[in-house]
Write a new protein. Structure first.
Length: 141
């Protein structure tokens, strides 16, 4: 009986932890058409956010897009699917700052922030020095 009670408490604690992560409004797959047609999955990385490339719409099935511009020559032959695009974003529940994005067209990382515009729109702001650019992503349904 005692082991059933302990098992029940453990299941409740694990369930509440998982549901708290599921409730973060930024988690999920986002479509970034401004980047030439890319999907990025945002998920937790410890206490920060990470975003990983999951799909390139311009990718040919027999020739995956490679990280050809990477500053590290050893990484230039790796496929971009699965590469972290966003790292180190912290904050919430509607704005995340202090992170970097990896831009494969230049092979470099840049300061960036995210802001939830609505449940289905997310704004990425990328800055290089004092010059910043923004784009709005759409939640993948």
């Amino acid at each position: 009986m005692k082991s059933l009670v302990i098992a029940g408490i453990a299941a409740a604690l694990l369930g509440s932890s998982a549901s708290a992560q599921d409730k973060n409004p930024v988690y999920g797959v986002w479509s970034a058409k401004a980047m030439g047609g890319v999907e990025i999955e945002i998920s937790p990385c410890g206490e920060a956010l990470c975003g990983t490339f999951t799909k390139f719409f311009r990718e040919k099935p027999d020739a995956p897009m490679l990280d050809e511009q990477n500053e590290d020559a050893a990484l230039r032959s790796r496929p971009l699917i699965g590469v972290k695009f966003i790292e180190g974003m912290r904050g919430g529940p509607s704005e995340w700052t202090g992170g970097k994005i990896y831009y494969p067209n230049t092979g470099s990382s840049y300061d960036a922030s995210l802001a939830l515009v609505s449940q289905d729109q997310l704004k990425l702001k990328v800055c290089l020095g004092t010059t910043c650019r923004e784009q709005v992503w759409t939640r993948k349904s």
